[in-house]
Design a protein around this ligand. Structure first.
Ligand code: GLY
Length: 427
């Protein structure tokens, strides 16, 4: 797959550079991304209308030998019976999810960003509709993913169409997220399933933005206190000396470490691509909200590690940095879009920001090329192709993911803001 992606990307870059003669800088790749997003999101919103569900990905199956090769494990220790295989008639179909799924906020969030970037009012109507669908999540307490679910949907609604209901939903949700914080352990509990005593996953750093927003909304210091204590605990235990991170750290009740593991990466000692992306994004947010240099230094070290470790030509990482490199090894476009978004923001915070902006721009240009950006009407209505959800669990392998789309749109928005660009200036 890798060679094919590289070839398509080069053809796309040549095609784009020759068609914009109006400005010294060619931004037609951004316009193409926004136009594809508008088309795909609108198409999806209409097609799923009335189902009370949201688009998450495309159903994939898996081949056991392929999984064993990727994980470098044999099929005796890695049993097929542990995985759920979708019915064959589902494979290739759009995978929808309910409102309590961890990814439910991303589709409304992508609608908000694409409305903001394009000015298309029809997208705003859909954004409002799919955001409102998530209203019952305000009383849900069963996961740490409340930040993803409500900040990406209602959080963007708050920016673009504020009203008192939005505030109430966000405050109630933030309180439920704080309810998962343990005062002795100093962390927010991530999951309620599994055999861990108190699991905390690196992804949990992404939920702090909800708490930061609600802290400012209410002037109540408890949200900042919880966030800072969680971020500090994570710095202390999730990272290796080279700034790569474990996926799952579980704590004993006294706050000591019970276990360090992976759930979605290749093995416990590997560097799962999306985990590294969640990490850098999380600490950029922490610096933005606290001004504490410690968080920025940490984010810079993680970013430097990512830039050194990702060896693909187009910058889109393999699903795990330690996966066997090969043409068939799945990429994770979602990790690239999260990283791009984080690095654009981080580039404004550091003296040598240009190198981080250049890296983010490279990722965005790759994602906006025909190798990753869908053709309008294809890809079951998703914007980007080639992400990986959870390879060890046989789930969502080399497929679109709604969060790859969300952070791609967020990164385009951040990039345009930084460059002072509006949609009308793009072609
Ligand atoms: N938060 C789950 C994931 O990144 O797949």
């Amino acid at each position: 797959m890798r060679k094919k992606l590289g070839l398509i990307a080069s053809i796309a870059v040549v095609a784009f550079s020759s068609c914009n003669t109006h400005s010294s800088e060619d931004y037609s790749w951004i316009k193409k991304g926004i136009d594809v997003a508008s088309h795909q999101l609108m198409l999806t919103a209409v097609e799923i209308d009335g189902q009370q569900q949201l688009p998450r990905s495309i159903w994939t199956g898996y081949d056991m030998n392929f999984l064993c090769e990727q994980l470098e494990r044999d099929s005796l220790t890695f049993k097929d019976s542990l995985r759920v295989r979708p019915l064959s008639n589902k494979i290739g179909q759009r995978r929808l999810c309910g409102i309590y799924d961890w990814t439910s906020g991303f589709f409304p969030g992508s609608l908000w960003y694409t409305y903001e970037l394009s000015g298309n009012e029809a997208l705003k109507e859909q954004a409002i509709k799919y955001t409102n669908l998530l209203n019952p999540v305000r009383s849900y307490t069963g996961t740490h993913d409340l930040g993803f679910m409500i900040n990406c949907s209602y959080g963007n609604a708050l920016r673009l169409a504020p009203n008192d209901t939005i505030n109430a939903v966000m405050i109630e949700t933030a309180d439920n997220l704080c309810g998962r914080f343990d005062n002795s352990i100093n962390a927010i509990r991530s999951w309620d399933f599994g055999t861990w005593n108190f699991p905390v996953i690196i992804d949990n750093m992404m939920n702090l933005d909800l708490l930061f927003t609600v802290g400012k909304m209410t002037n109540n210091p408890k949200y900042m206190d919880v966030s800072v204590r969680h971020a500090d605990k994570t710095i202390d235990h999730h990272f290796r000396p080279d700034y790569t991170c474990w996926h799952v750290v579980s704590y004993n009740n006294d706050g000591t470490v019970e276990r360090k593991q992976t759930h979605q990466g290749k093995n416990d000692d590997s560097s799962w691509a999306r985990g590294q992306a969640w990490a850098v994004y999380g600490y950029v947010s922490c610096f933005r909200e606290t001004g504490n240099q410690k968080y920025l230094d940490f984010a810079v070290n993680i970013a430097d590690m990512i830039m050194a470790r990702v060896q693909t030509e187009d910058g889109i990482p393999l699903w795990d940095y330690d996966a066997p490199a090969g043409d068939e090894t799945p990429r994770d476009a979602s990790a690239a879009s999260v990283t791009a978004s984080a690095l654009i923001e981080m580039s404004t915070m550091v003296k040598d920001g240009d190198k981080y902006l250049a890296y983010a721009e490279k990722l965005l240009k790759s994602l906006s090329s025909d190798a990753y950006l869908a053709q309008p009407g294809e890809n079951q209505g998703y914007i980007l192709m080639h992400s990986t959800g959870s390879l060890p669990n046989g789930s969502e392998i080399d497929t679109p993911l709604n969060y790859a789309d969300y952070y791609y749109m967020e990164a385009l928005k951040r990039y345009m803001d930084l460059k002072g660009l509006t949609y009308n200036q793009l072609s």
